[in-house]
Design a protein around this ligand. Structure first.
Ligand code: ADP
Ligand code: MG
Length: 558
């Protein structure tokens, strides 16, 4: 066995790479794009020429400056024309004032006449066609009556009150028969349309949802407790959906349309958003939101959910504390970020930690943390700051540990170098389905990053850097498990040798389709990081946990 770092860790040398400012790199400015248009929460700030009608698209999604109306996208199958009396306030195309924008924009198309919902969602939630008809009528009257420019300057509560007053007046004027409850619901709907993210609002307000997946206007799924559920949410049409997508991405100075149909963004609350629009997504825009969790799960929660045994949790805690270099591997949504966040909970308070992420998700509790975030290119395709830029810059910031949210490309090389050169205890996640695969992914990321190194050299570098791989998995019943805690111990010939400390065995399935399985210790009493644990005074706790894990495993075998 060779290639591993010295068994006894030493305190990392003070920043040997002297701090050199990197021109143009300004970490910590997420979302501050040049020419950033609409501010969150002020979607109706279109600069309308007095007396003219602001740029409004029926349905309440109002263009903000810099926002491109994306209606060039072919609307889904033609809808039956709406009755004429439902369109009292729809202006003629010529009446529109173009919003003043920084970026060149295609001509905003005229507002469309209201269209009744084309097709009932598979679960319509009990709302009838007549509800939508009434809503359309009231909505148009509201748009006629209200000055959207001024509304955009109000805070949300006042704007809501304003809308409430006018809607109530319209209901009285038009003599619409509605119960108080129905009126409230209607008001809520209309406010969401005018002020927020339309039909998405109720989903965004829920804390129990992990992901929201919108597949075109009529089909929206959510993930709750690891299970996929269809919802009764639907959009008026694909144009409304795309407009909402537009509103989301315009907040970080991006846009999504036929010319640039793929876009990553995030909501003001930190939720990550991906939009892919027609013509690439065939059945209307596909919007995916990974909701930001305010309270990330802690290790205790993972134990409670049987994702890991109590002994396993203790061992992971020790691994985190004694500065093993850790790679967390897993598929999408398998709990990698959650696990990384848990592991960072064991970092001592006095360590200087720098995190690099695509979208800041980690919630470190330590006082001495610098959080960095990558930046996508702006509309002109400039100004991108990649993960590699961040990790490289990190090394000049005298970090003690570097945490990389997701290792996906050439930054793998820099992270391994950091792990290898005194920044022990660095961590990152990688997308792979087994510890073995994680290792080969790492190797191919370095090869594809253009480093002309022989395979064996890269492998030696990996062996010299990574101590532990923790594998997370989302099982088919929706539960998340830590399936491997695996050490990287050395090389034999051209092959990296690993040893499992812990594995999860699937035994079967109960009658409800829930997977039955058990965490099993492999009986290794002296893991490779033993000396490290001793150095930090953790060997007694480590020995205790390993022993207990083994006893538990023996009990299982009986
Ligand atoms: N052990 C677990 N048990 C139950 N839910 C979990 C567990 N780990 C993660 N989750 C939930 O799964 C979702 C995805 O987790 P996340 O860590 O973001 O996954 P990844 O980073 O692998 O994509 C989150 O909503 C999270 O709260
Ligand atoms: Mg993640």
């Amino acid at each position: 066995m060779f290639g591993k770092r010295g068994e006894t860790p030493t305190t990392p040398p003070a920043a040997d790479t002297a701090a050199q400012p990197v021109p143009g790199v300004q970490p910590g400015q997420p979302g501050q794009q040049p020419g950033q248009p609409g501010q969150p929460g002020q979607p109706v700030a279109a600069e309308a020429v007095p007396g003219s009608i602001p740029d409004i698209e029926f349905g309440g999604v109002t263009a903000s400056p810099g926002m491109v109306d994306p209606l060039a996208v072919p609307a889904a199958p033609a809808a039956p024309a709406a009755p004429a009396q439902l369109t009292p306030g729809v202006p003629e195309p010529g009446q529109f004032a173009m919003p003043q924008t920084a970026a060149p924009q295609p001509q905003a198309p005229p507002a469309q006449p209201p269209q009744p919902p084309k097709q009932q969602g598979r679960k319509s939630g009990g709302k009838s066609e007549s509800y939508y008809d009434i809503k359309t009528t009231i909505f148009n009257a509201l748009i006629d009556a209200i000055d959207l420019t001024q509304l955009g300057q109000l805070d949300r509560e006042s704007a809501r009150d304003e809308i409430r007053d006018i809607v109530n007046e319209i209901i009285t004027l038009k003599d619409v028969a509605m119960s108080i409850a129905e009126q409230e619901e209607l008001l809520e709907d209309i406010c969401n349309d005018v002020l927020g993210y339309g039909p998405l609002e109720p989903l965004l307000a829920r804390d129990d949802i992990a992901d929201i997946m919108v597949n075109g206007a009529n089909l929206t799924f959510i993930e709750v407790d690891g299970k996929m559920e269809e919802t009764n949410i639907r959009f008026r049409d694909n144009a409304q959906l795309l407009n909402i997508c537009q509103r989301i991405v315009s907040q970080i100075g991006r846009r999504v349309d036929e010319a640039s149909p793929i876009c990553d963004a995030r909501l003001p609350d930190g939720s990550r958003v991906n939009v892919i629009a027609p013509p690439l997504s065939i059945d209307g825009p596909a919007l995916t939101i990974r909701k930001f969790k305010k309270d990330r799960l802690k290790m205790d929660n993972l134990v409670k959910f049987d994702s890991i045994t109590p002994e396993g949790a203790t061992i992971l805690g020790i691994i985190g504390r004694v500065r093993c270099n850790v790679l967390i591997s897993g598929g999408t949504g398998s709990g990698k970020t959650t696990l990384l966040n848990c592991l960072t909970g064991f970092i001592d308070e006095e360590e200087r930690v720098i995190t690099c992420e695509d979208a800041a998700e980690l919630q470190l509790q330590q006082p001495h943390v610098v959080r960095l975030e990558t930046r996508p290119p702006n509309l002109e395709g400039e100004g991108e700051i990649t993960m590699r830029d961040l990790v490289k810059n990190c090394l000049r910031m005298r970090p003690e540990r570097i945490i990389v949210g997701e290792v996906r490309g050439s930054e793998a090389f820099d992270l391994l170098q950091a792990m290898n050169t005194g920044h022990d205890g660095s961590m990152g996640t990688v997308h792979a389905n087994s510890p073995r695969e994680a290792l080969s992914r790492l190797e191919s990321m370095i090869t594809m990053g253009g480093f002309a190194l022989p395979s064996k050299t890269i492998k030696e570098m990996i062996v010299g850097s990574v101590d532990v791989i923790v594998q997370a998995a989302r099982l088919r019943d929706g539960s998340r498990r830590i399936t491997h805690v695996t050490e990287v111990v050395g090389m034999e010939g051209d092959v990296i040798i690993t040893q499992d400390l812990f594995i999860y065995d699937v035994v079967g399935e109960d009658k409800d389709g829930k997977i039955i399985g058990e965490h099993r210790s492999t009986g290794i009493a002296r893991p490779h990081f033993w000396d490290r644990a001793r150095y930090y005074g953790e060997e007694a706790r480590l020995a205790g946990a390993l022993e207990k894990a083994e006893i538990r495993t023996e009990e299982l075998d009986v």
